[in-house]
Design a protein around this ligand. Structure first.
Ligand code: PEP
Length: 240
């Protein structure tokens, strides 16, 4: 399975900061040992696409709506992402689920819509600390995958990002053993559902833990928040 290193910039970086980042990152992206994908905030997307044109860097949006256009004030259109040259859409990030109330049913519609446009959905799943402590991790992930992939096309590309909610932005990374065990579970759930997909780990990935985490079973790369905002730290992660 090819490796993928994905950067979630959340609500950081203006278009000018985006251009400045890529003018430096383009010089080092050739060192990456897998595909590199960036998810800038919506208004910086075009600056990202323009500055990375002609390079191997892929660009995607952090969210989209389930319609290409219409009376949906404040939403993002995947059709527009496609038109400007984006290729991925992040779907169901834990911040979208927790802060913006996204349900598995809405997420399933987004996955199917994104695939129908020929873009690749990167579906995020993950358990909270309370769910892990109650030993419900497997059940939570199984439900999120079962419902989130309910309308997905098995013959079209899809990427899954396993991100334990308690490890996102907290500096509390899952141990290599937890990552190996959970990725093996996610892989077996996907197989049972009939999907083949790279499974990325996300949650406080940094240059000093990436090398150990990438060796774990069924880890095909990373989805990185904080450490993707600087060229030096992200390229160190993308070269493991
Ligand atoms: C994320 O936002 O998906 C993420 C994993 O963030 P961080 O790397 O900062 O934990």
């Amino acid at each position: 399975m090819k490796k993928i290193f994905a950067a979630n910039w959340k609500l950081f970086k203006t278009p000018a900061e985006t251009r400045s980042f890529f003018s430096k990152f383009k010089e080092v992206v050739g060192q990456a040992t897998g595909e590199v994908v960036f998810f800038p905030s919506a208004i910086s997307l075009e600056a990202a696409v323009e500055t990375t044109k002609g390079s191997a860097i892929k660009i995607g949006s952090q969210n989209c709506y389930v319609q290409a256009q219409g009376a949906f004030t404040g939403e993002n259109s995947a059709q527009v992402v496609k038109e400007i040259g984006g290729t991925y859409i992040l779907i169901g990030h834990s911040e979208r689920r927790a802060i913006f109330g996204e349900t598995d049913a809405l997420i399933a519609d987004k996955v199917a819509f994104v695939q129908s446009l020929g873009l690749t959905p990167m579906l995020c799943i993950g358990e909270t600390l309370a769910e892990r402590e109650a030993t419900h991790t497997f059940r939570v992930l199984e439900t999120q995958l079962h419902l989130g992939l309910a309308k997905a096309d098995k013959s079209k590309p899809i990427v899954v990002a396993y991100e334990p909610v308690w490890a996102i932005g907290t500096g509390k990374v899952a141990t290599p053993a937890q990552v190996a065990e959970t990725h093996t579970d996610v892989h077996s759930i996907l197989t049972k559902l009939g999907f083949t997909a790279p499974i990325l780990y996300g949650g406080s990935v940094k240059p000093d833990n990436a090398g150990e985490l990438i060796k774990q079973a069924h880890v095909s790369g990373f989805l990185v928040g904080g450490a993707s905002l600087e060229v030096d730290s992200f390229i160190k992660i993308a070269t493991v």
